[in-house]
Design a protein around this ligand. Sequence first.
Ligand code: ZN
Length: 102
Amino acid sequence: MAAKRPRTQRRADARATKKLVHDRERLWLLSPGGSAVRPITVVSPAVIDARVAAMRCPQCESDYAVREQEATRTGDRVVSVRCKLCHVPRQIWFRLGSAAAN
Ligand SMILES: [Zn+2]
C-alpha cells in the first residue's frame, strides 16, 4: 500500500501542472491578440512583426518564431507563431486601426 503514495502524488502533480497550463492558455485567450474578438489594433501591417517580436509565450516566457501571416476576409491579420522553447503553436490577431482608413 505504501508504494501507491508516490504514484498518487505524481498523478496529483501532473493534474496541477495540466491545470496551470490550461489556466495560462485561458488567460492568453482573454488577453489582447489572443483571439478574433480581441485583436491588437495597429496602424499598419508593417508594425506587426515588431509587435509579435515583443510578445512572449504565456507558458514559458520565450519568444516566438513566426510561421505565417494571413489576412482574413474582414481585413484582420492573423499571425501563426510557434514558441521557440516549448513549441506551442499560437495565433495572434491584429486589426488595422482607423489610421489605415485614410
Ligand atoms: Zn513557450
